[in-house]
Design a protein around this ligand. Structure first.
Ligand code: SIN
Length: 550
């Protein structure tokens, strides 16, 4: 490992052994592969990747930004609630910092929290200057509240389409830069590293289904999250943990993998895809009812509907068990219908498409996997434990969130760390001794003669297993059982050589799921999003720290 990076981030973590995985998923030979060269490669085009591209390009770099599908397929694009920042006179940095730390349950990085919170207002102003039109009331940004925030501080745009509005602004800006190229439908398979633990580029599959190598002086991983490890999720199809698995294969340190955040309110209609029903509805007065029509949240937390997300998710699950039902309800019958349609156009369209009349009907909801709080260990300058590899956005574990993420802090983090990663990568790319790539590179992988499993069947079973055994409420036995079953699948899937994204995704999902189950078993306490029914209290003496895969 690169001593400098690791030492700088040392914090007495508990360490676990990284999964034993093959270094590269796919064979490659530069003699027969198209190669591109750039200063700065950015993998992922959500808020963090796009913001990083703008900064790296401003620093004089040639930038290539790749995305797995199209620019509209990021988690950012789907983000509803908004972006949290101190925007009102009555609010303060101290309060936003305190809320972030309280929600993070003692393992946030205080310096990172300070930086992100304090940089927020200026970077939001910059977004406005670049064209994002945040919704306003009486000429001022209309800020609202979400669980865990002591003040209204969530800015939104196009109602509940905030992520899309921000992404559109950044995409326009990126498209105007002559030194940024956007490569869509590029499936990043593996980071390439050299013997000095330096990242020198990526192997991927381009839109024409041909393999491609992009050699880069610096690489920024901004591939987002891992919701598709779970049967129930708010995330788009693309959130298959590819970046996390690539990073671990390349030797990066991953941490806090047990902290998967479950969003309390996902539309639950059997057979329909799970749509996020934004928390800001509760911020604006929506009430939770169980299937008997009874309010229940104040029995679980004094802040009732506005308690932090993990508490609301567990309360819903417990109420579902108590009432023997598959869901609870959000009640917004008291909302003004016309205002609702304007303020929440996305949700309005969805509920209307299921013939839910919000003035008469209740909205069936239940929790689902939403946000990977852990990820690639990343310091305050977006460095990872691999030289010339930076991370930002959901894939990065910067220390902002601790053990739980405060709603709408993620777009903010993407903005701040995107800028930091882009700045750092630009500076590094200019250094004359930066790596220039290996140019000649060949990986051969022998075919396995073990039986082949049906990857779509494995994926379906795995997602159900993760939901059942590594979900919102965890116990030792199901966690151990999950690892046994995943390890069994690993033997038949990780040894294969696939030539299409579905196979690579299955391998990435298996690798990442195993780390989540392992870390969840190792943390024999409850903290933040990680709840162990067999260890319901926090154990500060042993666990007020991170769990790292080294
Ligand atoms: C929401 O709108 O409820 C989600 C926002 C977030 O996850 O930060």
């Amino acid at each position: 490992m690169a001593g400098f990076y690791v030492k700088k981030m040392a914090d007495n973590p508990i360490t676990l052994k990284r999964p034993a995985v093959r270094r590269y998923l796919a064979p490659i030979n530069t003699a027969s592969t198209q190669q591109l060269f750039t200063d700065c490669l950015i993998i992922g085009a959500g808020i963090a990747g796009l913001r990083a591209a703008i900064e790296a390009a401003a620093g004089g770099c040639e930038v290539i930004i790749t995305c797995k599908k199209t620019l509209e397929d990021s988690n950012t694009w789907h983000a509803q609630g908004g972006i949290a920042s101190v925007l009102a006179e009555e609010d303060s940095f101290e309060s936003h910092i305190e809320d972030t730390l309280t929600t993070g349950c003692g393992i946030n990085d205080i310096d990172v929290v300070n930086e992100v919170v304090k940089d927020g207002p200026e970077l939001i102003k910059q977004l406005i200057d670049w064209g994002t039109e945040f919704d306003k009331v009486k000429g001022k940004i209309d800020i609202t509240r979400e669980g865990g925030h002591s003040h209204p501080r969530i800015a939104h745009a196009q109602g509940d389409c905030t992520g899309r509005a921000i992404a559109q602004t950044l995409i326009k800006k990126v498209q105007k830069k002559s030194n940024i190229s956007i490569v869509q439908n590029f499936f990043a398979i593996d980071l390439i590293t050299n013997d000095d633990n330096e990242c020198v580029g990526v192997i991927g599959q381009a839109a024409n289904s041909q393999k491609q190598i992009i050699w880069a002086k610096t690489t920024i991983l901004a591939t987002g999250g891992a919701g598709k490890l779970y049967r129930e999720t708010t995330n788009p199809e693309t959130a298959t943990a590819d970046g996390l698995a690539m990073a671990v294969r390349a030797g990066a340190i991953l941490r806090d993998m047990e902290f998967m955040q479950f969003h309390p309110t996902t539309l639950y209609i059997a057979g329909a895809s799970r749509a996020l029903i934004t928390e800001t509805l509760r911020g604006e007065g929506a009430v939770m009812l169980d299937v008997n029509g009874d309010k229940f949240m104040s029995a679980y937390h004094p802040d009732a509907e506005l308690a932090p997300r993990d508490i609301v998710s567990r309360a819903i699950l417990q109420q579902m068990l108590k009432t023997n039902s598959t869901h609870v309800f959000l009640d917004i019958r008291h909302f003004d219908k016309a205002h609702f349609a304007k303020r929440f156009p996305f949700i309005n369209e969805i509920v209307t498409s299921f013939d839910i009349d919000i003035s008469k009907d209740l909205i069936p909801v239940r929790p689902s996997a939403h946000y990977m709080v852990g990820g690639v260990k990343t310091d305050a300058l977006a460095n990872t434990s691999i030289k010339n590899l930076y991370t930002c956005g959901e894939i990065a574990s910067t220390g902002l969130h601790g053990a739980n993420r405060l709603g709408s802090n993620s777009l903010l983090e993407g903005l701040v760390f995107g800028k930091i990663a882009g700045t750092q990568a630009a500076q590094r790319s200019k250094k004359p001794n930066g790596p220039v790539g290996l140019r000649k590179f060949r990986i051969d992988i022998p075919e396995s003669d073990r039986s082949r499993l049906d990857t779509s069947d494995v994926l379906n079973s795995l997602r159900s297993l993760m939901w059942r055994n590594v979900g919102i409420i965890r116990f030792a036995k199901p966690l151990a059982e999950a690892q046994e079953i995943i390890s069994f699948w690993d033997r038949y899937v990780l040894d294969k050589v696939f030539d299409s994204p579905q196979g690579w995704e299955c391998q990435n999902i298996l690798t990442t799921s195993l780390m989540i189950a392992k870390a969840a078993e190792a943390r024999t306490e409850s903290r933040g999003t990680h709840f162990r029914d067999d260890f319901p209290e926090s154990d500060d003496e042993k666990f007020k720290t991170h769990i790292e895969f080294v």
